[in-house]
Ligand binder design. Sequence first.
Ligand code: ATP
Length: 519
Amino acid sequence: MAQQEDVFKKLVAHCKEYGFVFPSSEIYDGLGAVYDYGQNGVEMKNNIKKYWWDAMVKLNDNIVGLDAAIFMHPTTWKASGHVDAFNDPLIDNRDSKKRYRADVLIEEQIAKYDDKIEKEINKAKKKFGDAFDEAKFRATNPNVLREQAKRDDIHKRYSEAMNANDLEALRQIIVDEKIVCPISGTANWTDVRQFNLMFQTEMGSTADGAMKIYLRPETAQGIFVNFLNVQKTGRMKLPFGIAQIGKAFRNEIVARQFIFRMREFEQMEMQFFVRPGEEMQWFEKWKAFRMQWHKSLGMGDENYRFHDHDKLAHYANAATDIEYRMPFGFKEVEGIHSRTDFDLSQHAKYSGKKIQYFDPELNESYTPYVIETSIGVDRMFLSMLAGAYTEEQLEGGDSRVVLKLPAILAPVKVAVMPLVKKDGLPEKAHELLDTMKLEFNCRYDEKDSIGKRYRRQDAIGTPFCVTIDHQTLEDNTVTIRYRDTMQQERISINAVADIVRKATNGHEQFKQLMTKLVK
Ligand code: ATP
């Protein structure tokens, strides 16, 4: 665990050193849980958004895009339930004065039991080798049985307390489990209270009678209130989806995990409208498609898993998370929710407008049901960096830090370097760059030794480096170096763009995804 936290710390430092992520307004000591993306971060973030948009809007004939405003009429949030129910249970430690989410403290405790069980199993696996029967071991080993019973007990109490909104019961679990504050080390806890996560501001001058409005805590509602606009003007037939990328704001209680939990973040959401009663089959299809999207990036299938929700949000009848193995454990990157007709019905009720779809096949009108896929750009960004960050020992005692990012997401696709800063080599390098820069994000580097330049590109995950030397002037060949293997090859200068294109245009990934399109 300590080792993993170490990796996380290094990752945060790396992000800053190489222009991926900076604390917001850092010259004023930063602002809690708000971050800025630097010169490499913004490129990678844009690549993530494009990969999502292309997979959702371009590949699926039945999905269109939208860009709704952040400010919305305040009644939106009354109708959606956020004014009354978008709360987290918070608890304070009286000694450290630190604030925590009671649900997160308990979930971490449950994860500790899971870890203990996994450790026992791994130990036994090593001991018994091929003869190991995991199911039998789980069913009979006294240590596993004891930890599993404790885990199941707290899990049951936790689900019941959350579903009944019983704050006293949540506190009691924390007390019974002897959970302490990691800062003060004490269990001197306050009561658990509900805390609304929406930011408020005012629109219009007070003389006009200013209106209290909210910064949207999710992009989804912009889609729901535009359902009829898009359906009618786009002549959309059910089933169809509306996709949107945009900022969302939540006044998170605990915000100490870098860009994992931010107060201003970005979501990529898609709401898919279906016939009532058919929602479960679409839910399953979207689960499969979204999981394939993640896995298509090649970061290791074993690093992803589904996690079904015990407590369903007020609007949902089924929900699951796609989790990624972060340096601090498996964590949610994306949520897939079956939202029923809750949102459209609520907006119909609060606005007094009829929000329904006339189904020509059934010859009747109804309120569609909705499957939502909702992924955080920033969490996706963090998961990719965490998976990509690698420290390697090289022959000769040297070492390197390399980001083994999927080429399609890498901020810079190819770096072009003249071996020396003279003899016409820089000019030749620029000639090559000029043929590629409209298509790829390229970088030119002529400073320091070639070895140092390679390391700089490794550290930001550039998949290809191309070196121009004296031979290039004679026969138009260059050296191309591959990031992950560090292998070098002599190829024709005319072949470079093609190699970079093939590795970065995503066609391979899209082909895989097209076999799982949601129709
Ligand atoms: P959590 O349980 O971690 O608070 P959530 O279940 O409330 O997340 P959703 O409301 O389902 O999250 O939001 C969908 C996605 O938006 C999440 O899977 C996550 O990737 C992203 N997200 C939500 N809150 C934040 C945040 N504070 N910072 C960064 N990303 C976030």
